[in-house]
Design a protein around this ligand. Structure first.
Ligand SMILES: Nc1nc2c(ncn2[C@@H]2O[C@H](COP(=O)(O)OP(=O)(O)OP(=O)(O)O)[C@@H](O)[C@H]2O)c(=O)[nH]1
Ligand SMILES: [Mg+2]
Length: 314
């Protein structure tokens, strides 16, 4: 299945070796403890309930998602007791999968406009370049826009990517009005028949209010240039920041209508449970995950493959 299909339809992707490798730290870290604990258990009692809670919290699942998992486990056992062969691990697996399996509502649009937002350093520009790379491989006509005009280095970084990928870039240099960059890029994409427009944005400005005002302006301006745009607003979160990512999500969701999450740097954490907390809190589907430094380390997200990557030893 191609990247374009994934973007437009959100069909479930297959597990890949990159995923298995990228989740190694988590699988061998906090999730190995969870797996060992659950595979030996047949029931939940007050004492091991507390232990389960501690294990999930330690893996960054967060208090609300942890409580939800525990409640669902208890409910599941009430409704259907474990068979002789089953252990709590199988039940946990199913609950975790359904928890992060959020529906994605595809939207129509040409050009298909994708806005990337998130605090500085989470991986917006890298994700944008990786998306461009994969879509270009499928012969899609891709345009980039440098709406992070706060730092000169941000525009330079995107220009380097654009050259490397042989993808055109709309830029107006450092200090330019990011709204104007976005507007111009959408107009160009419409006029010249681009299929995808990827807009990079700043992760840091003088202060948070300023950043949020700027993002909502980019969002509005994009919609003015093309009705229905942006079709996708990807909130990029760094998995290694754990529960901080949740606070960021809250702030960004107030400023713009996010449609999905990109969870990056999963290779850099032994916890990985933040995925459950993020989906539980934001209600957004995870669309892509970053599991390494290489271009091929951005992956379409599959709930089944993700949970397998955390809990299954080959
Ligand atoms: N290990 C690892 N590193 C990643 C991943 N995704 C991004 N990075 C790295 O994270 C760093 C920051 O990425 P950027 O794409 O520049 O982040 P940004 O959100 O654009 O940051 P600002 O432009 O400062 O707002 C880079 O060194 C990337 O290589 C990932 O999945 N795994
Ligand atoms: Mg950037």
């Amino acid at each position: 299945m191609g990247w374009w299909d994934w973007l437009k339809k959100g069909k479930v992707a297959e597990p890949t070796p990159q995923l298995t490798q990228g989740l190694q730290k988590s699988r061998e870290g906090f999730w190995a403890r969870i797996r060992r604990f659950f595979e030996g258990k047949k029931k939940i009692d007050p004492q091991n309930r507390e232990e389960i809670e501690e294990l999930l919290l330690a893996a960054d699942v967060g208090p609300q998602a942890t409580e939800q998992i525990l409640k669902q486990l208890e409910e599941s056992l009430r409704q259907k007791p474990l068979t002789v062969k089953e252990t709590l691990l199988e039940r946990l697996r199913g609950i975790l999968i359904s928890m992060i399996d959020r529906p994605f509502h595809p939207r129509e649009g040409q050009p298909y406009v994708i806005l990337l937002v998130g605090v500085n350093g989470t991986g917006k520009t890298t994700t944008l370049a990786r998306l461009a790379h994969n879509l270009k491989k499928e012969n899609k006509k891709v345009l980039l826009a440098a709406a992070d005009t706060f730092r000169a280095a941000a525009v330079d970084q995107l220009r380097i990517w654009a050259e490397r990928l042989s993808v055109p870039l709309v830029e107006k240099g450092m200090g330019a009005d990011p709204g104007a960059v976005a507007y111009e890029a959408v107009q160009k994409a419409v006029k010249e028949g681009y299929e995808v427009l990827l807009i990079d944005t700043a992760g840091r400005l003088h202060n948070r209010k300023h950043l949020m005002d700027e993002l909502s302006k980019i969002y509005r301006v994009t919609g003015k240039a093309l009705t229905g745009a942006p079709h996708e607003v990807l909130l990029v979160l760094d998995a290694t920041t754990g529960q901080n990512a949740l606070r960021q999500a809250e702030v960004f969701q107030e400023a713009v209508h996010c449609t999905g999450v990109v969870l990056t740097k999963l290779d850099g954490t032994a916890k990985g449970g933040v995925a459950f907390a993020v989906v539980q809190q934001t209600g957004l589907p995870i669309r892509f995950i970053g599991v390494g430094e290489r271009a091929e380390d951005l992956l379409p997200f599959s709930p089944e493959a993700f949970v397998e990557g955390l809990l299954t030893f080959a």
